[in-house]
Design a protein around this ligand. Structure first.
Ligand SMILES: Nc1ncnc2c1ncn2[C@@H]1O[C@H](COP(=O)(O)OP(=O)(O)OP(=O)(O)O)[C@@H](O)[C@H]1O
Ligand SMILES: [Mg+2]
Length: 303
């Protein structure tokens, strides 16, 4: 069974460490694994003690890893989108989209869109891997990435409604004045309308991502927290967010257990129906054996 893992949690709680421990443990068990970081502040190679690269590199037998170069994906996403806009609006030569790229790239939602674009490509390109382990950024950005396909779906539905109204009006004009009255390249038939078709494609892509995130057999969401109040509070918000979106949560990792002796009761109370594993605090530098020993204690719960 193929699986995709996401790690959610406050900054510094141990998401990358947990992702590394899972990836190494699965690979040691002979499973093929692709470990990919989509955190703009990558540190995947640092954790392994290897030199940074944006190339895909084999780490050990059965394990490949990559830090996604988000600038590259953002650039490709923007180029593809502007090309599509130019094709669709050929008859309206009023906007110089290329000249606006530098502004568009800093618009809200662009980073999340580029990350999702990268994820879709990676899932396709790594189809031969049994396990995809995704090292995610801290909560704020991850939740924005997760919510993007949901909000896109709402927008697309609305835009399709408006588009249908426009085409309806056009078809009325065409039936009174004849097709020629609409002008070249302008249709009054929904089936021929390229913009409506494009909205359908975008809607399908967003729906695919929503279904993927909700597919608990394929996607495993692991919540990582420490024994402190702030990481517990943030974890509660993550749990509530996932619940609202109907995205399942599979496992809670109480990491750096024993480092501080607080909040354990409150944490147990908060996640009564989920498996919870305590991962001990293992000192200041974790080598691969440490990562493997952490991974072994929980991998079977989600693999
Ligand atoms: N069980 C552990 N024992 C000892 N040190 C740990 C443990 N888990 C994580 N650490 C250390 O805590 C620090 C933060 O861990 P890590 O980078 O995995 O967190 P993160 O959640 O990925 O952070 P960010 O949100 O910044 O990406 C690192 O120095 C890591 O080595
Ligand atoms: Mg990290």
């Amino acid at each position: 069974m193929r699986r995709v893992f996401f790690f959610l949690g406050k900054g510094g709680v141990g998401k990358t460490t947990s992702a590394a421990s899972l990836a190494l443990t699965l690979a040691e068990g002979g499973r093929s694994v692709f470990w990919v970081s989509i955190d703009p502040a990558h540190n995947l190679w640092d954790v392994l003690g290897m030199e940074s690269t944006s190339e895909t590199r084999q780490v050990v037998e059965h394990l490949w890893a990559q830090e996604v170069d988000l600038e590259v994906y953002l650039h490709r996403f923007l180029k593809e989108t502007t090309q599509k806009m130019k094709d669709l609006y050929r008859h309206l030569q009023i906007v110089n989209l290329e000249g606006m790229l530098d502004v568009i790239r800093y618009s809200p939602g662009m980073e999340e869109s580029a990350i999702l674009y990268a994820l879709r490509e990676i899932l396709e390109a790594q189809e031969d891997k049994e396990y995809i382990v995704i090292d995610t950024p801290p909560t704020g950005l991850t939740l924005k990435i997760f919510s993007l396909p949901f909000s896109t779906l709402i927008w697309i539905d609305q835009l399709r409604k408006w588009r249908r109204k426009i085409i309806d009006r056009r078809s009325i004009v065409a039936s009174i004045k004849g097709k020629g009255a609409l002008g070249e390249g302008i249709t009054g038939d929904l089936k021929e309308d390229r913009i409506y078709r494009e909205l359908e494609i975008q809607g399908e892509q967003a729906r695919f991502l929503v279904q993927l995130l909700r597919n608990g057999d394929l996607v495993r969401n692991v919540l990582v927290l420490n024994q402190d109040r702030l990481s517990l509070m943030e974890s509660k918000r993550i749990k509530a967010f996932l619940g609202k979106m109907d995205i399942p949560l599979h496992l809670v990792l109480l990491n750096k257990f024993g480092l501080v002796d607080e909040e354990e009761e409150a944490i147990l109370r908060e996640f009564p129906f989920l498996p919870l594993r305590r991962l001990p605090y293992l000192g200041s530098y974790l080598d691969r054996d440490d990562l493997l020993s952490l991974g072994k204690s929980w991998v079977e719960e989600v693999a």
